[in-house]
Design a protein around this ligand. Structure first.
Ligand code: CO
Length: 298
């Protein structure tokens, strides 16, 4: 058994996207700041509606998946397939843009506050042009594993293995085999969980402080901490507890050519995406809505 160590830190930078939504970007802040298959992680949080109400008006995506996880406030969603949705606190939208979707994502406050994450997860070449689909995952369909000694884990995607038990999240069966866990630790609590050897993994502490691995390296607040290979992850919270996203996935190991919201393998495919979007040939088909299964034992 090998416990992963903290190998590289990608600090988050303050930026804005869409029509001026203020956010912090760690992964994806530059082309060198990716962790295959993960392309980008944005955290948005504010008590000031001026920071986010302009939202992300109509925009396209092709070639990857976007995962939106709300902690506070709402995100209203409309897409080119005529679907509408309203993500509330704790809800997740797992959208496979694949060959194309045009949508708008408009944040709404609840009691002035809005907080959440958007992750971009790459698709392998053979899946980049499959039909678009998405799952709206209500908070109630996301199981919470209560571990020993003050640790709770919300299992959004993949299966959590801990102490001989398994907790399966609602999102399964994706070829990059992603695990997306939101780990809540009380003061000084320790989380130890399995992550398959060979998968790329990273952490993002959005509340409190933590140390990682047997050598107890400090995980900076609001930075992506990329982990070495291994089959176990160990996180220990500081005096005030911590909340940490733990993400892992199977690397795709293909060239990545990105132009804004298009992520393909070659420049020619990017040009095709831009031409399709400009000519109106983009996202003409219905967007499949996938029913999310209720949680149960793996
Ligand atoms: Co979008």
């Amino acid at each position: 058994m090998t416990t992963r160590t903290l190998q590289r830190v990608i600090p988050s930078v303050a930026t804005s996207d869409g029509a001026g939504v203020k956010l912090r970007r760690s992964l994806g802040a530059s082309q060198l700041a990716r962790h295959d298959p993960f392309l980008m992680l944005d955290e948005f949080y504010s008590d000031d509606p001026d920071d986010y109400l302009a939202g992300f008006p109509s925009h396209p995506h092709r070639g990857f998946e976007t995962v939106t996880y709300m902690l506070d406030g709402h995100m209203q969603h409309h897409d080119s397939g005529g679907n509408t949705g309203d993500l509330g606190p704790g809800d997740v939208q797992w959208m496979t843009a694949a060959r194309g979707i045009i949508h708008s994502e408009m944040p709404q406050q609840s009691e002035g506050r809005m907080r959440g994450f958007q992750l971009w997860l790459n698709l392998p070449a053979k899946e980049k042009m499959k039909p678009a689909a998405y799952s709206d995952v209500p908070a109630g369909a996301i199981p919470v594993a209560t571990l020993d000694h003050g640790v709770k884990v919300k299992v959004i995607a993949g299966t959590l293995e801990h102490g001989g038990r398994k907790t399966a999240g609602p999102i399964q069966g994706i070829s990059t085999d992603p695990r997306y866990f939101d780990v809540h630790l009380d003061a000084r609590a320790v989380f130890e969980g399995a992550v398959p050897a060979g998968h790329n993994a990273f952490l993002y502490a959005y509340e409190g402080e933590a140390v990682v691995g047997e050598d107890r390296k400090a995980l900076a607040h609001r930075a992506a901490g990329l982990l070495s290979d291994g089959d176990t992850v160990r996180i220990e919270a500081g005096e005030k507890g911590a909340r940490v996203l733990l993400l892992s996935g199977k690397p795709i190991r293909e060239p990545v050519v990105q132009y804004g919201p298009f992520v393909m393998n070659t420049r020619e495919e990017i040009e095709q995406a831009v031409n399709d979007y400009r000519s109106g040939a983009f996202a003409k088909e219905p967007v499949r809505r996938i029913k999310v299964a209720q949680p149960g034992p793996a």
